[in-house]
Design a protein around this ligand. Structure first.
Ligand code: IPD
Ligand code: CA
Ligand code: CA
Length: 259
């Protein structure tokens, strides 16, 4: 039986080859819900390649993947796939996009990988064994002074009327005088927290495929990830806060408007 890590990395590399080949090339672009929520030919080819690798080794595992949806099998294992995270960047030839794949066993993420082939950066984590970037161990930043933190966020394509608008929260962080970036790939945002480039990331309304691999990578790099109540995170939560652990409470306070 092939090791989960080997299957994960084979699928990740196959997807990476497709993303790299199509980047700056010609491909069809369609809109999903709303004109700027895009799906390209490369998203579908990447997804097909990933699923083919997983099916070759584990035909009985369940899969959830952004474009195809859920492929349910009677199994405690579920692969969670974003064939291209940062599709808008990809469609505009901005090299901040990646493939993100994780494997969940019951409620636990056990392996995860995020690969940006344009920058040749492969983030990987296995539960209990730490996180790596291109094979080298990584850890979250050591920053304790919230006022000196560098943050990243993202904005959803559609916003539910019932919740506070993300621009208000963004405004509060900016009014604190903090640098806040917006890369356009939630999976990379999480990995860039994991390797210490950013100190914290928050976003509303992400999906399991945006987060699953990055979640494990942040935790294995020593970071903390919760919902906006500070509760233990699960990949189906709609509120995501990931930090180096040291500025978590301050970020929660700003998000919850208690600062
Ligand atoms: C998107 C990216 C983006 C985030 C969006 C996601 P996609 O994923 O992660 O950073 O702000 O909410 O939908 O559509 O490029 O796979
Ligand atoms: Ca995504
Ligand atoms: Ca996607």
């Amino acid at each position: 039986m092939a090791a989960f890590k080997d299957v994960l990395l084979e699928a990740t590399k196959e997807a990476g080859k497709i993303i790299h080949t199509y980047f700056e090339g010609n491909f069809t672009i369609d809109s999903k819900e709303g004109i700027n929520n895009l799906v390209t030919e490369a998203d579908k080819l990447s997804e097909n390649a990933i699923i083919a690798v997983i099916r070759k080794y584990y035909p009985g595992h369940s899969i959830i993947s952004e474009e195809i949806g859920e492929l349910i099998k009677d199994s405690p294992y579920q692969w969670i796939i974003d064939p291209i995270d940062g599709t808008v960047n990809f469609a505009h030839s901005i090299p901040i996009c990646c493939v993100s794949i994780a494997l969940k066993h019951n409620d636990d993420l056990i392996v995860g990988a995020v690969y940006n082939p344009m920058m040749n950066e492969l983030f990987f984590a296995e539960k209990g064994k730490g996180a790596t970037l291109n094979g080298m161990p990584i850890s979250v930043s050591k920053k304790t002074d919230f006022k000196k933190a560098c943050l990243v966020t993202g904005f959803p394509y559609k916003w539910p009327d019932s919740t506070e608008h993300p621009i208000r929260v963004f405004e509060r962080f900016v009014m604190e005088g903090l640098p806040v970036r917006r890369l356009g790939s939630a999976a990379l945002d999480l990995c860039w927290v994991a390797c210490g480039r950013f100190d914290g990331f928050w976003e509303y309304n992400l999906s399991s495929w945006d987060i699953a691999a990055g979640y494990l990578i942040v935790e294995e790099a020593g970071g903390r990830i919760t919902n906006f109540d500070g509760d233990r995170y699960n990949v189906f939560d709609k509120e995501t806060l990931a930090t180096n652990g040291k500025i978590h409470e301050e970020m929660l306070a700003v998000i919850k408007k208690k600062a």
